[in-house]
Every structure is written in structure tokens, then in C-alpha cells.
Design a protein around this ligand. Structure first.
Ligand SMILES: [Zn+2]
Length: 329
């Protein structure tokens, strides 16, 4: 196990839902109370890129059993299994079409999970899962049309439309990070140039941090030794370093431009911001709202707020999706 499992009191006769968030390096599992959607137990284990879908499902089952045992939850009390995946999903057939970080291509993963657990299973994209969780349990609760964007290694996000997760016209979902902002910009992972992801993901700040670190080291500035990722750049900007502040302001300009474009398409009631960069809190949220209000086409600005559920959003959303879509056995 990669981390210590945490448990809250369970063990009464209630029913539970299992939620899994499969990432490029680990599988997170949560056991969720069917009524309150409180996470009563969670744990994680390693995922190795290229491991088979069958082996992955077995690891998930072992992880679920050990987590359930530790929390005093009987496996019989678990009704459904929900899984979220960083990739494109064919929701109708329960197939992972492409998940490059997992090495899954055209894998009938929903069926494999269903057979391994002998329970109804559902599967969705990880950004959609996080959006669903924020809508049912977090800061998007009560909205009809809203948006979550996640600022991590990539730029992810999902759309709530008419109170439901919007999975696209053909079921492929939405790729908010691959809207082009600068046709002459940096090469994106998708093959095009200057996508929102190249300018607004945390990895852009990491590139800035490494560039400034070199510059500062050459100038004999000790700050150069500490700059190595988005978090250290944000900390230096917060502490008032001029070059890091300039880099942070350029990032805020680009991020607000991206959000304004999304607002102009969707007119959302609210935008939630999650992922690593959202850890900056008001240092991000306050100037972002100022810029978005200035740039928006609409007179009434869309509020931008920090997402609530953090790293648990994916597994909670996966569990919720299974609860809402699996037919009772
Ligand atoms: Zn792209």
C-alpha cells in the first residue's frame, strides 16, 4: 500500500458504494456511505503503466477487500462499483477507447470490473467524475449549468448542463484543454500548438520555474536553488520575487483568457477550479475573478471559486455515477 488507509466508523447495516480513481501511477479506492456520500474508508495501491486490465481489476478487488476489512464493512454491503479513468470512454459499451497514461486501448473494462467484483459497475472519465462530485456534493451543488476546470499536469474539466454531466454529443466527452489559444504557441500533447493546456496547466508554471531557476543561478541568486515546480514558483511570487510575480501574472492572464472563452460559449452560473494550482487559494482566485470580470462579454461576471473535494473528487464522482446509473440487480 502506498499510503496508510484511513477509516471512519462503519459496520452498521447500511449499504455502501465503491469508487475507484485510476491514475498513471496509482489506484485510489474509496468506500462511500450510500446515504450521506461520506467517504468511510480509503486507500491506494501502485499502478504500473502497461499492466493488463485483468490484473488491474484484481488489484482493485484486493484493495477494496483490505479497505473494507479495515473499516468493518462487509463486502456484501457494497452495492455498486464506479471507476474513473484518465482517458476517453465509450459510455454505451463500457469500453476504454484510449487511456494513454494507463496503456489501455479499446479495453472492455466495465465488463472486466463487473465480472471481477460480481457487482454492477459503471465507468466514466476522471474529469467528468470530479465535475459530477462537485455538482452533487461540492461547490457546484444546486447549479443547472456550471463548469469545473482542473489545473494539474494537464488541463481537464467537465460541464454540468441542465443539472447533468455533459458527456458530449457522441459520448466522447469534452476536451476543454485542447482549445487553441495561440496557433504559434508551444507544441501540445495532442499534436497541435498553443492549446489551453500548454498555457494553463500546472506544467506551464513548472517550465517557467525551471527557466527562472537557471537564470537566477547564473546571476548568483540563491532563489534559483529552490525553484523547481509550480508550487515553488507560486511561493516565490507570493513572497514578492519580481520575476516569479511576472511569470505568475502572465499565467493569470492566460488562464483568465481561457476561462472567458469558456464563459462566452457556455454562460455558466459558476466555475470551480481544482487541481494542484488551486492550492494557491485566494492568491489565485481573487486576481482571477478580477481578470475574468474585465474580460467577460457578459456584464454580470461568472464567479470563479475553488473546488471543494480535492483529491477525493474522482473516486467520489465514480461512486456517485455508479449509484445513479447502475440498475439494481
Ligand atoms: Zn492540445
Amino acid at each position: 500500500m502506498m499510503q496508510t488507509a484511513s477509516c471512519r466508523t462503519a459496520g452498521s447495516k447500511r449499504m455502501y458504494r465503491l469508487g475507484f480513481d485510476i491514475g498513471g501511477t496509482h489506484i485510489a479506492c474509496g468506500i462511500i456511505n450510500d446515504e450521506t456520500y461520506e467517504i468511510v474508508g480509503k486507500d491506494a495501491c501502485a499502478f504500473f503503466r502497461g499492466q493488463s486490465a485483468e490484473k488491474t481489476a484484481q488489484c482493485m478487488a484486493e484493495l477494496a477487500r483490505s479497505t473494507a476489512a479495515r473499516c468493518g464493512t462487509d463486502f456484501q454491503q457494497i452495492e455498486t462499483v464506479g471507476v474513473c479513468i484518465p482517458g476517453s470512454i465509450d459510455a454505451q459499451n463500457g469500453t476504454v477507447v484510449n487511456a494513454y497514461n494507463l496503456g489501455f486501448h479499446n479495453v472492455p473494462f466495465r465488463q472486466i470490473v463487473k465480472e471481477t467484483f460480481n457487482k454492477p459497475a459503471a465507468m466514466l472519465n476522471d474529469a467528468d467524475a470530479a465535475t459530477l462530485a462537485e455538482h452533487r456534493l461540492g461547490v457546484l451543488r444546486g447549479t443547472r449549468n456550471s463548469l469545473l476546470v482542473t489545473l494539474g499536469t494537464g488541463f481537464g474539466g467537465g460541464i454540468i448542463m441542465n443539472g447533468e454531466i455533459f458527456c458530449g454529443g457522441r459520448g466522447f466527452g469534452v476536451e476543454l484543454g485542447h482549445i487553441q489559444m495561440d496557433m504559434h504557441g508551444e507544441k501540445c500533447t495532442c499534436g497541435r500548438r498553443g492549446c489551453i493546456e500548454t498555457l494553463c496547466a500546472a506544467s506551464r508554471l513548472t517550465r517557467d520555474a525551471l527557466r527562472l531557476a537557471e537564470k537566477k543561478k547564473q546571476a548568483g541568486d540563491k532563489l534559483g536553488e529552490t525553484l523547481h515546480d509550480a508550487g515553488t514558483l507560486i511561493a516565490a511570487a507570493r513572497a514578492g520575487d519580481i520575476e516569479c510575480t511576472e511569470a505568475w501574472n502572465r499565467y493569470l492572464d492566460d488562464l483568465s483568457n481561457a476561462l472567458v472563452s469558456l464563459i462566452n460559449i457556455l454562460d455558466p452560473e459558476i466555475i470551480a477550479v481544482g487541481g494542484g494550482v488551486s492550492g494557491a487559494g485566494d492568491f489565485l482566485i481573487v486576481p482571477l475573478n478580477e481578470r475574468v470580470a474585465k474580460g467577460s462579454f457578459f456584464k454580470e461576471p461568472t464567479p470563479v471559486v475553488k473546488a471543494l473535494l480535492g483529491n477525493d473528487a474522482g473516486l467520489a464522482g465514480a461512486a456517485l455515477f455508479a449509484a445513479e446509473t447502475c440498475l439494481p440487480r
